[in-house]
Design a protein around this ligand. Sequence first.
Ligand code: SF4
Length: 98
Amino acid sequence: MPAMPNDLVSARRWPPVAGRRDLACNPDNASAFYSPDSRGFSDYSRALALCWRCPARRPCLAWALDTEQRHGVWGGTTPTDRAAMLTDRAALADLARE
Ligand code: SF4
């Protein structure tokens, strides 16, 4: 798994966002998507609205889940949303093994 980006600008240089200046979460606009400090960021409403119109939403979410991104908005989801999805994914994988 890749190391966690530790600031908002470098976070938005990671795939699938890297080099996509056309996306709402480009580095110039990253503060809406990524917590500015370690205490977290509670109002992601603007970022979530932008994500839902984004052409990269599906691969973005898949990447964020696969790499377990724990901070910021990716693919129209908050960290809490993704934690729940990962829990569900693990439970489904357990069921499939039974
Ligand atoms: S879905 Fe959201 S976080 Fe992902 S690339 Fe699009 S705007 Fe950025």
